[in-house]
Ligand binder design. Structure first.
Ligand code: NAD
Ligand code: ZN
Ligand code: ZN
Length: 377
């Protein structure tokens, strides 16, 4: 079968791989119908993820049709159309029993972190779904069945970015009447904007520097702030009577920017990693609010502005999104037409074009017009 395989930084290729087989009685083999490229794949593509070795199939956003089910799979069956969360959870360990779906303690044989598809040894070493077929373990727990009236493209982003954007607004505790600032006009940022509005936010600012991405966020109801043209902290303060906003970081440690651009203390990482968004948020967050960080951080920083977080009484919530906590309710919002995830798709490509797509998504196009790329195998 065809699969998109990691060979090294900025080197991903379509290789011929053997089709996955049932390894445990609770596995299913999924025939992938749709799969997407994510900002999290770019951390791998840049060589910025520890423990990522050549040879692994990438992809943690996928859905498909169950082709084969292990003997102990009861919750889904051959022929079911399902979307698969990126977190791999066993359903039975202490964390899973307490519905803390992002930190299953049984699915990752390599580290204590919750496992994910296509994300290297650190996250369990599971092959991903940017392929024609993928093995999905713990199939009594993980896959979400999709009703006939919801299309593949409508359901696909339930694997990650839609729940992750909602999680960004949820852990920030966005309430009716709040002013919100979302940093990063990428797919996660778009869904954080939509989710904040869904929860009743009064105004949502979105900070980025790609004009086409800021335009897209504006179409979703946000007020764009281009950090190449103005200081986002000043603007957010000015628009909120100096009070500040509820802040959501949908960028992570590969942030670019203009000031206080501290590098991480870990020499293993590439130089573009930074605390830029953290430094903007600590200054523009409403005092005593919760700063939410769905954007990924994988390294420690020496100059983290701890004192400023203390002085302004801010809390921080962050981490891998527990997709299962949200995906069923979000599916219902899609089903009844309250959310249309397909408006984020800017490019549809064949899986064979994935190496080209990684480069394209990494550069964001001429103007930021590459929003989300979806592959069909
Ligand atoms: N917590 C989770 O479970 C989870 C799940 C999915 C994605 N993520 C993470 O969310 C982040 C965003 O993902 P995405 O798919 O939207 O990525 P993306 O690369 O498409 O978008 C990131 C955007 O951030 C912008 N940006 C860079 N520096 C900035 C700055 N200083 N201020 C404001 N914007 C800035 C970029 O221009 C880009 O438009 C990534 O770090 C990704 O790994 C986390
Ligand atoms: Zn993702
Ligand atoms: Zn578990």
């Amino acid at each position: 079968m065809k699969a998109l395989v990691y060979h090294g930084p900025k080197d991903v290729r379509i290789d011929d791989r053997s089709k996955p087989k049932i390894e445990h009685q609770e596995d299913v083999i999924l025939k992938v119908t749709n799969t997407a490229l994510c900002g999290s794949d770019l951390h791998l593509y840049h060589g910025n993820v520890v423990g990522m070795k050549p040879g692994q199939t990438l992809g943690h956003e996928f859905m498909g049709i169950i082709e084969e089910a292990g003997d102990r799979v009861e919750e889904v069956k051959e022929g079911d159309r399902v979307v698969v969360p990126f977190n791999i959870n066993c359903g039975r360990c202490w964390y899973c029993r307490h519905q803390l779906w992002s930190q299953c303690e049984r699915s990752n044989p390599n580290t204590e972190l919750g496992a994910s598809f296509g994300y290297g040894q650190m996250m369990g070493g599971y092959d991903g779904g940017q392929a024609e077929y993928v093995r999905v373990p713990f199939a009594n727990t993980i896959p979400l069945r999709i009703p006939d009236n919801v299309s593949e493209e409508q359901a696909l982003f339930l694997s990650d970015i839609l729940p992750t954007g909602y999680f960004g607004a949820d852990i920030a505790n966005v309430q009716p009447g709040d002013d919100v600032a979302v940093f990063g006009a990428g797919p996660v940022g778009y869904f954080a904007v939509m989710s904040s509005l869904l929860r009743g936010a009064a105004r949502v600012f979105v900070v980025d520097h790609w004009p086409a991405r800021l335009d897209k966020a504006a179409k979703l109801g946000a007020e764009p702030i281009n950090f190449d043209r103005e200081d986002p902290v000043q603007r957010i303060k000015q628009e909120t009577k100096n009070r500040g906003a509820i802040c959501i970081d949908a960028v992570g440690y590969e942030a670019v920017g203009h000031h206080k651009h501290e590098k991480s203390s870990n020499p293993a990482y590439m130089p573009q990693d930074s605390l830029q968004v953290i430094n903007w948020m600590v200054d523009s967050a409403r005092k005593l609010s919760t700063v939410s960080i769905p954007g990924v951080y994988m390294t420690d920083f020496v100059n983290f502005p701890f004192g400023n977080f203390f002085n302004r009484g801010l809390q921080i919530k962050m981490g891998q999104c527990p997709v299962k906590q949200y995906n069923e309710q979000l599916l219902h919002l899609i089903e009844v037409g309250r959310i249309d995830p397909t408006q984020l798709i800017s490019h549809r490509m064949k899986l064979e074009e994935a190496p080209k797509a990684y480069d394209k998504f990494d550069r964001k196009g001429e103007n930021g017009e590459v929003h989300k790329i979806v592959f069909t195998p």
